[in-house]
Design a protein around this ligand. Structure first.
Ligand SMILES: NC(=O)c1ccc[n+]([C@@H]2O[C@H](COP(=O)([O-])OP(=O)(O)OC[C@H]3O[C@@H](n4cnc5c(N)ncnc54)[C@H](OP(=O)(O)O)[C@@H]3O)[C@@H](O)[C@H]2O)c1
Length: 237
């Protein structure tokens, strides 16, 4: 079994890569800027799991018109994954009024158009298995502090459900909408602790809860077009 994880060098993606490696998967790790972190992670995994294959690919998902070529070559050279996790993200801190045209292109490129071209390359090659979009619990809201980020994640959620319908029965497509797992790089611990305290369960979302959600999706063969809100109840606010 093989998994592709986008934006997998650090944080949640890094955790998921290790999680899949423990389960015996080969891992295709996509990175953009974090090439050395990605290489370090893969060499750690190669040392631990000598019978499995690990591969690093690099591309900027902002440049979404160039993305299809990279992933088509990857799929043709090393085979199709069984699971794709769309994890890469950029949390652009701008209201909709401040959003520039380049911001629109960037957010839709990373969060919608690149997942679309990667998925299409997978599907057109006869891909079978699971696609999981990592969303955000805020897709239930109309908060605009990160307006274009949220709009692109809402679009990814809709697209996730549309391909779940179009590409059944060979591919199951689901989403996970996390609440506060790790503080955004732009914010300090006090801000994050306040967000956590204000969730109904008053608890930080554990990395293991994200991987539990992934496992649940993979194990539940009747589940497609769903979104798991793994968010300490934040979507209820
Ligand atoms: N952290 C949370 O508490 C939280 C809450 C809600 C939702 N989420 C969602 O969960 C997922 C993971 O969260 P995270 O906080 O671990 O993510 P993150 O650290 O913000 O970003 C993950 C990776 O995305 C990659 N990325 C950013 N811009 C890119 C681009 N232009 N092209 C290609 N890759 C790009 C980066 O790769 P490089 O480092 O290689 O450049 C980065 O390491 C995201 O989809 C996020 O929206 C997270």
């Amino acid at each position: 079994m093989k998994v592709l994880i986008t934006g997998g060098a650090k944080r949640i993606g890094n955790y998921l890569a290790k999680h899949f490696a423990v389960k015996g998967y080969d891992v295709i790790l996509h990175v953009n800027r974090s090439i050395s972190e990605g290489e370090a992670l893969l060499s750690e995994l190669k040392n631990k799991y000598k019978d499995q294959n690990f591969k690093l690919i690099q591309c900027d998902l902002n440049e979404w018109k160039k993305v299809a070529k990279v992933f088509k070559e990857t799929f043709d050279n090393i085979g199709l994954p069984d699971v794709i996790i769309h994890n890469a993200s950029y949390y652009l801190n701008k209201s909709l009024a401040d959003t520039q045209e380049d911001d629109m292109e960037q957010m839709m490129g990373i969060h919608l158009f690149s997942p679309m071209v990667i998925n299409k390359a997978f599907y057109k090659r006869g891909g079978k298995g699971n696609i999981i979009s990592i969303l955000d619990t805020a897709i239930q809201t109309n908060q605009t502090s990160h307006g274009m980020y949220l709009l692109s994640k809402k679009s990814l959620a809709d697209y996730t459900q549309m391909i779940a319908r179009e590409w059944a029965p060979t591919i199951r497509v689901n989403g996970i909408a996390p609440g506060p797992v790790l503080p955004p790089e732009e914010k300090d611990a006090a801000y994050f602790n306040e967000v956590v305290k204000n969730t109904p369960l008053q608890s930080q979302v554990q990395l293991s809860s994200i991987s539990d959600s992934v496992d649940f999706i993979l194990q539940n063969k009747n589940m497609t077009g769903q979104v798991i809100y793994c968010d300490s109840g934040q979507h209820l606010l």
